[in-house]
Ligand binder design. Structure first.
Ligand code: SAH
Ligand code: SF4
Ligand code: F3S
Length: 446
């Protein structure tokens, strides 16, 4: 029987990966993907719990879906609604209590059991809720499923969960303890991706550089895994996100200088530029520790593009402490960065503090930091004009005869498609920069 599923994805890249695997799990049940919720037999919201706004979106979306479901029921048709991802994990049963139209709730560790959950829902007529943690079994089952065709650049989750418990963060509660997939399983998945034309893999994990996967003779590091992956024919580029400063080991830093396939881009969040705040955040590193790491990384790979995450307005943050954040961002010379206002999350230690910062102050600090980062990004992009960069061509551009690809530094690059095709890595001479992308001309294939 042909059915349709619509999956809406929020949050981080790990959710993007999970959504693509949900499609793979549902395909054998006859579900084809549709890009509209309206008319779909099954709608899955793959949700994010990281900040209040992200979680709130889910409930407003559920309100709309409920109306759609009722309209469909009036035509004698069924529409199932599922809440997956980190809100599903964090709120479980509470979701079905707040919105009676929800049929399925499950977390990031249980989506491989979707067929079972659908069966359970149909058999009982009641909502099925499943939020246990079982990352190991999930990956064992998923590796057997064929993966749908996709882009020439793919995500591959290699590590999940977090044991670090930063005082602001929900991830340890929604994704569970740190878990690394075995090396052989990852190599198998990467080889499958290469066989269907993938040329760039981005290895994913909440703490990807804490990777310690079983390699046959004991656990292996991310640096070792990257070395093994770079031997797979067809895989030309490797990236990894997100890294924690505490797990940035010397062998991984050295790999940036030694392995041509490891792209010169590193996302290494510091969160704040003041030691008192970093301590209150339970980050386990100081500003000086972080700057030392950055020096080492730059020594190994001088042209590396650094990126990071920042939180402004953590409880108790003074104006002078915030100035430390602006200062460190300048000193590191980030090519890009993600900036967030602190959002109190239920159940985390920082949310219970009495010295919360007022919203207008957070707004001001965010605006100041964003303005500075924007300048830094523009300067980094401008420094690429006149250079020749190898670009992996990924998709057609908005205009006819145009292709969009990625530079080694993860910038979008627009080129005229003449004599070029998707999947090629072409040498592009960078001619100009726009607000979010570069444009260039083809000068030869690599
Ligand atoms: N594991 C990654 C981060 C995952 S969450 C790391 O440790 O770097 C992605 C980003 O969301 C974090 O880096 C942080 O900057 C931001 N974030 C997490 N919790 C937040 C909160 N309560 N309020 C605002 N931003 C938050
Ligand atoms: Fe959250 Fe900290 Fe873990 Fe990153 S390291 S996921 S910010 S608790
Ligand atoms: Fe959000 Fe969960 Fe990712 S909370 S950021 S979707 S790990």
């Amino acid at each position: 029987m042909n059915k349709t599923v619509h999956i809406k994805t929020y949050g981080c890249q790990m959710n993007v990966y999970d959504s693509s695997r949900m499609r793979d799990v549902l395909a054998p049940l006859g579900y084809a993907e549709t890009d509209m919720a309206e008319g779909a037999d099954l709608v899955i919201l793959n949700t994010c719990h990281i900040r209040e706004k992200a979680a709130e979106k889910v409930y407003s979306e559920l309100g709309k879906l409920r109306e759609m479901k009722e309209a469909r029921a009036a035509q004698g048709k069924e529409m199932l609604i599922a809440v997956a991802g980190c809100v599903g994990q964090a709120e479980g049963q509470e979701i079905t209590r707040r919105n009676k139209a929800v049929d399925l709730v499950f977390g990031p560790q249980t989506y491989h059991r979707l067929p079972e959950l659908l069966g359970q829902r149909q058999a009982t007529g009641r909502a099925a809720v499943e939020t246990e943690f079982a990352a190991e079994r999930k990956f064992e089952e998923l590796v057997e499923k064929p993966q749908a065709q996709g882009s020439v650049a793919a995500f591959l989750t290699i590590q999940e969960g977090c044991d670090k418990f930063c005082t602001f963060c929900v991830v340890p509660y929604t994704r569970g303890a740190e878990f690394s997939r075995p090396v052989a399983q990852i190599l198998q998945e990467a080889a499958k991706l290469a066989a269907r034309g993938v040329r760039e893999v981005t290895l994913l994990g909440q703490n990807v550089n804490a990777y310690r996967g079983e390699g046959g003779n004991g656990p292996e590091s991310l640096a070792r895994l990257v070395a093994r992956l770079s031997q797979i024919q067809g895989i030309e580029r490797i990236r990894y996100v997100t890294s924690h400063p505490r797990d940035m080991t010397d062998d991984l830093i050295a790999a940036h200088g030694a392995n041509e396939k490891l792209m010169p881009y590193l996302h290494l969040p510091i969160q704040a530029g003041n030691d008192r705040i970093l301590k209150a955040m339970n980050r386990g590193h100081t500003v000086a520790d972080y700057l030392r790491l950055v020096d080492k990384v730059k020594a190994a790979r001088p042209d590396i593009a650094l990126s990071g995450d920042f939180i402004v307005g953590f409880p108790g943050e003074s104006e002078a402490e915030f100035a430390g954040t602006l200062q460190v961002a300048r000193e590191v010379g980030y090519a890009s960065a993600y900036t967030f206002k602190y959002s109190p999350r239920p159940g985390t230690p920082a949310a219970a503090r009495a010295d919360q910062i007022e919203e207008p102050v957070k707004d001001q600090r965010l605006a100041a930091l964003q303005a500075q980062i924007l300048e830094q990004t523009k300067a980094f992009n401008a420094s690429c004009v006149g250079r020749e960069l190898p670009v992996l061509l990924e998709k057609p551009g908005r205009h006819d005869g145009q292709l969009i690809g990625r530079s080694p530094y993860l910038q979008s690059v627009h080129v005229a498609a003449q004599n070029l095709s998707i999947g090629q890595i072409a040498n592009i001479s960078i001619k100009s920069v726009g607000p979010n992308s570069l444009s260039g001309q083809y000068v030869g294939q690599i």
